[in-house]
Design a protein around this ligand. Structure first.
Ligand code: SAM
Length: 242
C-alpha cells in the first residue's frame, strides 16, 4: 500500500514505549470501527510534535516499523468542517484543500444546506482526495468523514483552535486569530453554505468554543471560502510565524 493511502492517528508522546504504541480504548475503537483497520494493517502515528512513525496494528497496541521524514505535510493538523454546497461543488473543495494540506474534511448539513448527499458521494470524495494527495506528493490522504448535522459536528469537535468563518460582521481576520496557534495545536475551520450560517448556528458554535472569524471584506462563494481559509492557514504555518 502506498504511504499516501495510510490513515493517521494522533498519539501522546507518553504512549510510545519500547518501539510500541500503547493504544487507548478510544484509539482502538477509532482504528477498528471508524477507520476499519485490522491487526496487521499499517497506519501513521503522529505525536503532535512533528514526529511521525509507520506503525502496524497488533491488538491493543501497535508496533513501530520506522520513523518517517515528512516534507510535504503541514506542521499542524487542520480539519475543515464544510457545510455541503449544492451540486458537485464539494468535489472541488476536496480536491483543492487536499492539495493545500488539509488533514481531515468533515462535511456537515447545516440549516441552509440545500444538498442531501447520497451514500456514494463519500466514496467519490475519498477517491478525489486520494488522487489529489498523490498529485500534490503528500504523504497522506486526508480523512473524509460521513456528513453529519452541524449541531452534532460542533458538539463532538475536539480541536484546540476551532474557528467559524462568518461572512458579515466585524470579526477578527483568520490570519490574526492564528497568532495564538502553536505546533501542538489542532486547528478546525468551519465554512457555511451558499445562504450562510443562521444566527442560531453562529450562537451555538460560539457557545461550543468556536471563534468567529473573517476571511476579508468580500463575500466569498461557499466553495471559495474553504480554499481561501486553508491557503491562508497554510501560509501562516509554513512561513514559520507560529
Ligand atoms: N449569504 C451569506 C451572506 O450574505 O452573509 C454569505 C454566505 S457565503 C456565500 C458562504 C460561506 O462562506 C459563509 O457562511 C462563510 O462561512 C464563508 N465566507 C464567505 N465570505 C466570507 C468572508 N468574507 N469572511 C468569512 N467567511 C466568509
Amino acid at each position: 500500500m502506498k504511504m499516501a493511502q495510510l490513515q493517521r492517528l494522533a498519539i501522546a508522546p507518553s504512549q510510545l514505549q519500547d518501539e510500541k504504541v500503547v493504544l487507548t480504548t478510544q484509539q482502538q475503537h477509532y482504528l477498528s470501527r471508524v477507520l476499519r483497520l485490522r491487526s496487521g494493517d499499517r497506519f501513521i502515528a503522529m505525536d503532535g510534535l512533528g514526529k511521525w512513525w509507520l506503525a502496524q496494528l497488533a491488538g491493543a497496541e501497535a508496533q513501530i516499523l520506522e520513523q518517517l521524514s515528512v516534507q510535504t505535510e503541514l506542521p499542524v493538523s487542520i480539519t475543515l468542517m464544510v457545510a455541503l454546497p449544492k451540486g458537485n461543488g464539494f468535489d472541488e473543495v476536496v480536491r483543492c484543500c487536499t492539495e493545500l494540506g488539509v488533514a481531515c474534511i468533515a462535511p456537515v448539513v447545516s440549516d441552509r444546506t440545500l444538498l442531501n448527499p447520497s451514500p456514494q458521494k463519500l466514496e467519490r470524495w475519498q477517491r478525489i482526495a486520494q488522487e489529489a494527495a498523490e498529485q500534490s506528493e503528500r504523504l497522506f490522504v486526508p480523512t473524509i468523514l460521513e456528513p453529519v448535522p452541524f449541531a452534532t459536528a460542533i458538539s463532538t469537535a475536539t480541536a484546540t483552535h476551532p474557528y467559524l468563518c462568518v461572512a458579515r460582521g466585524s470579526h477578527s481576520h483568520l490570519q490574526q486569530a492564528l497568532n495564538s496557534v502553536s505546533t501542538t495545536s489542532q486547528i478546525l475551520i468551519a465554512t457555511g453554505p451558499e445562504g450562510g450560517w443562521t444566527a442560531s448556528e453562529v450562537e451555538s458554535a460560539i457557545a461550543a468554543g468556536f471563534q468567529p472569524v473573517s476571511l476579508g471584506r468580500r463575500i466569498l462563494r461557499a466553495v471559495t471560502a474553504p480554499v481561501v481559509a486553508l491557503s491562508l492557514t497554510a501560509a501562516v504555518l509554513e512561513s514559520g510565524s507560529t
